[in-house]
Design a protein. Structure first.
Length: 215
């Protein structure tokens, strides 16, 4: 598919328009719209396409107030005001869904049954033998990618977001009954901005880029 100038401009508008928003208007968001945002987010790449991300969506009042108590003080009001809070988790046993994932590929006509069997076996062998810290690293990388895409997908649909690392992971896991199979990646508040996010700057590319060697 060829990318048109208009597509690029639309994309840049979404990317440049996203800001961390810390004040939200009272507004509901439907499960349908949330599912669309999550679906777009999950078009993100992941290690061997194992998609180890999981989303815990605090959508109703009760779970939102639970989430509010799991985030640090400076984030509480942001979670309280947002339409929804999304806990992005990494599943350390995500590779166990290899069978589901490759069966979908067969059904879509992208892969033969024979290849599927091989791919499933390879995935189970490879990921099943990795140490926990490596699995965690993979889950965090893939979780970061999906989180970014989630925020852009939300922005494209007219919603704003705030990624948050300011939460108590132990409390979060306790309150929501999250087992050690899952590692929290970040919490994302999502809603309609009451106040635009403050502008931020970025280091010049020359300060963060090394061409060909780090020397
Ligand atoms: C992993 C991560 C954790 C963050 N945690 C918080 C947080 O706990 N509270 C907060 O207000 N902002 C948080 N931020 C938002 C950053 O402060 C913000 O992304 C940065 O200042 C750049 O601003 P921008 O997102 O508007 O471009 C976090 C961002 C990231 C990526």
């Amino acid at each position: 598919m060829t990318v048109q100038v208009q597509d690029v401009q639309d994309f840049m508008k979404v990317v440049e328009g996203r800001r961390s928003v810390r004040s939200y208007e009272p507004a509901d968001i439907s499960k349908e719209v949330l599912k669309e945002i999550l679906e777009t987010a999950t078009l993100a790449p992941s290690s061997s396409n194992m998609q180890p991300w999981r989303f815990l969506v605090a959508h109703d009042k009760e779970s939102k107030s639970k989430l509010e108590s799991a985030v640090l003080d400076f984030n509480k009001q942001r979670v309280a005001e947002a339409s929804v809070g999304i806990v992005v988790l990494g599943d350390l046993k995500g590779y166990e869904k290899a069978e589901d994932i490759y069966s979908q590929a067969v059904k879509a006509g992208y892969m033969t049954e024979e290849f599927k069997a091989q791919f499933v076996q390879n995935s189970l062998n490879l990921y099943g033998s990795l140490p926990q810290d490596k699995l965690k690293e993979i889950a965090l990388v893939d979780g970061g990618l999906v989180s970014m895409q989630l925020m852009l997908a939300a922005r494209a649909k007219g919603y704003d977001t705030l990624p948050m690392g300011g939460y108590d992971p132990v409390k979060l896991k306790e309150l929501f009954g999250i087992s050690d199979q899952y590692v929290p990646v970040m919490v994302i508040a999502l809603g309609k901005a009451a106040q635009e996010g403050r502008p931020t700057t970025r280091l010049p590319i020359d300060k963060v880029t090394f061409w060909n060697s780090m020397a």
